[in-house]
Design a binder for this molecule. Structure first.
Ligand SMILES: C[S@@+](CC[C@H](N)C(=O)[O-])C[C@H]1O[C@@H](n2cnc3c(N)ncnc32)[C@H](O)[C@@H]1O
Length: 394
């Protein structure tokens, strides 16, 4: 990983000038830290740091001679610190987000913990010039590196966010006029994002153009709302997939759900009025089919050998959450891709305990060889020891 933002233009707008004058906050200040020396921070789920490192290594993200630019890993921290190898463009070599990556901060600056107001001032002094020297609208993503950890820092991130916005609104009105809440932007808009990733002991901060984020959500966190009528927490995974795909099932669509019990995914389709074939030897625990007139057929069959009825083809959705080893999931993916029975597909892959990346590599390479499909493989926010493949044919 190396620097990705172009150097900051210092066109002397009002706020940038005021910031320079305010460098008495912390004595000698360096607003324009040479970005080639600043690390990239790659955020992942806590406990998956080594797996992300293996994936990045296999994808050539550390092209220097072995050992010279290995990422710094703190087990359980939920991030990798990747030092920029001099004179290379490591991140551009692998521009698609990694499977285990939830978000990235390029050319990030480290700020040690300090009282809240001092922290807000330090962020303004170090990072606001990258915004004030440009004309685009901007937003703020403040998040914890460990949202699922034993002592998540989510509350600290919220306090920093609020203190920073108050400070900007009070002292930097010209820049603040261009501030928008994160939800105000569409995925295709061009804007700047000030990212603040709160970790034990301090925080990482970076300003990036929106198109360089690896996820539109702050910290890559897609926290979905649970529906109390859903019979399992797995419901949250399929809701997250809908959000990530930007696709909502429509009434009357035909769905095959393999490994459907107790029924969380089926319920997500039924409540939107879909017709669902739910395949599982286990019992479904659905309390109702939702108000939208969904229709359910439960087939107690083996999902691996299941063949969809010709009258249902092509399916609008084929989804699979079966508890089977990843090698079998690859077999399923091959079978369904080669028959082209569905328009959209979702396969959840349960990870083996040891070295999960090599098996994912085989699946990823198979999918890359297919023509006429678009797909992504990501560890969802609601995934545990699993990742999800989703996409569409045609
Ligand atoms: C993680 S649960 C699925 C949860 C479900 N998606 C939900 O939202 O409630 C995995 C399911 O896969 C089913 N399963 C495992 N192997 C299967 C197979 N060969 N055929 C059909 N179902 C299978 C299990 O019976 C289990 O109900």
């Amino acid at each position: 990983m190396t620097r990705l933002l172009p150097p900051i233009a210092t066109n002397g707008c009002d706020d940038a000038t005021r910031l320079r004058q305010r460098n008495c906050y912390h004595g000698r200040l360096n607003y324009f830290t040479p970005m080639g020396n600043d690390p990239a921070i790659i955020i992942c789920r806590e406990g998956f740091e080594d797996i992300l490192r293996d994936e990045m290594t296999a994808k050539g993200a550390f092209p220097e001679p072995a050992g010279s630019n290995q990422p710094i890993i703190t087990p359980g921290a939920g991030l990798l610190v990747v030092n920029a190898p001099a004179g290379t463009a490591g991140a551009d070599r692998v521009s698609a987000p990694f499977i285990f990556e939830q978000q990235r901060l390029e050319a990030a600056l480290w700020l040690e913990d300090q009282p809240l107001k001092a922290m807000a001032r330090a962020i303004v002094v170090r990072l606001l010039p990258a915004i004030s020297s440009r004309t685009q609208p901007w937003t703020l993503h403040a998040f914890a590196s460990n949202p699922n950890g034993a002592q998540p820092l989510t509350q600290r991130a919220e306090h920093v966010r609020q203190a920073l916005l108050d400070f900007c609104a009070d002292r930097f009105t010209v820049v603040f006029r261009r501030y928008r809440e994160p939800e105000a932007f569409a995925a295709t808009d061009a804007f700047l994002v000030l990212q603040i990733c709160v970790t034990p002991g301090g925080l990482w901060g970076a300003v990036m153009p929106s198109h360089r984020l690896s996820d539109t959500r702050p910290g890559g966190v897609h926290r979905m709302r649970f529906d109390n009528k859903a019979p399992s927490r797995s419901y949250l995974k399929i809701e997250e997939v809908f959000e990530r795909m930007g696709a909502t099932p429509a009434p009357g669509q035909r769905v095959v759900d393999l490994g459907a019990a107790p029924g969380g995914w089926s319920y997500a389709f039924l409540k939107r009025g879909c017709r669902v074939l739910a395949v599982d030897n286990g019992p479904l625990k659905l309390q109702g089919l939702g108000a939208a007139g969904g229709n359910l057929t439960h087939l107690r069959e083996n999902g691996i050998t299941f063949t969809p009825p010709p009258a249902w083809l092509p399916l609008d959705w084929m989804v699979s959450d079966m508890l089977i080893p990843p090698g079998q999931t690859l077999g399923m993916i091959r079978k369904w891709m080669e028959h082209g029975w569905m328009r959209r597909f979702v396969f959840n892959i349960k990870l083996p305990q040891q070295q999960p990346y090599p098996v994912l590599k085989t699946i990823e390479e198979y999918l890359h060889r297919q023509t006429g499909i678009t797909f992504a493989i990501r560890q969802l926010y609601h995934d545990r020891r699993e990742v999800t493949v989703f996409g569409k044919l045609g």
